[in-house]
Design a protein around this ligand. Sequence first.
Ligand code: 13P
Ligand code: SF4
Length: 386
Amino acid sequence: MDIKLLNQVEKESIGERQPLPEKYLRLSDDEMDARIAAAKKTLGERVVILGHHYQRDEVIKFADFTGDSLKLSREAANRHEAEFIVFCGVHFMAESADILRQPHQKVVLPDLAAGCSMADMAAPDQLEMAWRELEQMGIRTAPVENGKQGVVPVTYINSSAAIKAFVGAHGGIVCTSTNAAAVMKWAWERGDKLLMLPDQHLGRNTGWKMGVPLDEMIVWDPNEMWGGVTAPQVEKAKLILWKGHCSVHTRFTTAQVDVFRKQYPAGKVIAHPECTLDVVQASDDSGSTEYIINAVRNSPSGTTWAVATEVHLVNRLREEFSPDKTIVTLDPFGCLCSTMFRVSPNHLLWILEGLVEGQVHNHITVPEDQKRDAKLALDRMLAVRS
Ligand code: 13P
Ligand code: SF4
């Protein structure tokens, strides 16, 4: 397979990928599969491959463990026997694995260009500025005697290690789409209000499900002075939502829900909580990628589902459950996460053959000072029961 010729999306994004040595570019599918399998076999228990549900088929079939962000964080923290953790996902996931790994382990990401546009929407200097501005607005950012603080930072795992470190150092916690409600409950036990970043939609959807009125949620725009809000608005808010979003999940619309319901009156809609609130409200159910898989799996024979999440996962669900269940993507054009897609089988092969030859390409290393504080926030999350 020549990655330059795979399909139109590949062609358009080829310049964004991490370049590979020429010898990894023109390989047939069969040769690539055989060489990945052979390198994996040679490495044996020295390597564990983790694959997020949005990875493409040619890559995820080689994963030892697949999962959503929470499940993969737990796997990264528990696979002590492997010397190398190859993370087929995006950059923040590999960073989290590096923070949670054992000292003898190394984490690698097959393509360093596999980032996440949502994670990039919260920069550490923006968060520091927001924190200072909240203090200047009279919000207590440090715990007082009863252990409570005015605002507790909660960061979605889709954020950089530097953001997690800030959050960990300021009494905060990480959440994923699986445990957001349990984590937010934990945070409200420790503070009057939450600063939730970077995904406003996960924050709003979870807050809404937990019964927080919409007029007690405000959006903090890091590109505006004072977040674009006033001190009285902050004072009233229980939930301060960072103005960030997922460019994949915000493409789903309620109009698409209406079209699906007309075509399949008995069908059900399930949405990822990175979708907008109106889409989640118009859906029958919502949850993380792992939750979506289980909901489809446990539904009765003959159920029809429209799924509002990344298209590779939706296509696999369709293949796995057809013809017993009908699975369609809510967006007829299918929403693709182009950064998850950057991890190609060619990159995976380059990584694995490198390890066989004693070369660690794309070693992800979070600086020690960030690691200490980010680990506080991740460990707090892993201790929360959801
Ligand atoms: P989950 O797999 O944790 O639901 O997250 C989806 C996602 O967008 C990962 O980037
Ligand atoms: Fe980031 Fe959205 Fe892709 Fe997830 S689906 S990795 S949030 S851009």
